[in-house]
Design a protein around this ligand. Structure first.
Ligand code: SF4
Ligand code: SF4
Length: 130
């Protein structure tokens, strides 16, 4: 999904308002049924070419709630199709899996840092100065 929202979401709505590509839905529209906001992996582009950082995580008040997930690329097709964490959208009967619709992602985020609950949000003290 590239980024994923976990159970510490407090349903404040900030991320949904801040996503430049409308990739986030609220808890009442979460296709998995979980009571938290949901990033649609088939729409998220990790804010590549739009912002320096993922804007959902930048504004989220629940630190650690949004973490890096696998890229939405063909390599991880099975991951997105088989995990209960996701319910991919479809169009004309075709599921928008990575095999059909790869999305942009940040190659600088190593695979070893994805899917292990690594926080997307960077604390100000960790950001490079200058
Ligand atoms: S990383 Fe960017 S594109 Fe993806 S859900 Fe967050 S704000 Fe939207
Ligand atoms: S900004 Fe964070 S806490 Fe608020 S709805 Fe989004 S994921 Fe949940």
């Amino acid at each position: 999904m590239s980024v994923i929202i976990d159970e510490s979401c407090i349903t404040c709505d900030a991320c949904m308002q801040n996503c430049p590509v409308n990739a986030i839905v609220d808890d009442s529209n979460n296709p998995t049924g979980a009571k938290r906001y949901y990033v649609q992996p088939e729409k998220c582009v990790e804010c590549v070419d739009l912002f320096d950082d993922p804007q959902c995580a930048a504004i989220c008040p629940s630190i650690g709630c949004i973490t890096w997930d696998m890229p939405f690329s063909k390599e991880f097709d099975a991951h997105f199709l088989n995990e209960e964490l996701y319910k991919l959208g479809s169009k004309d009967g075709v599921v928008r899996s990575p095999a059909f619709r790869e999305k942009k992602y940040r190659p600088e985020i190593a695979m070893s840092e994805r899917g292990v609950k690594k926080e997307v949000q960077v604390a100000p003290s960790e950001k490079e100065v200058g």
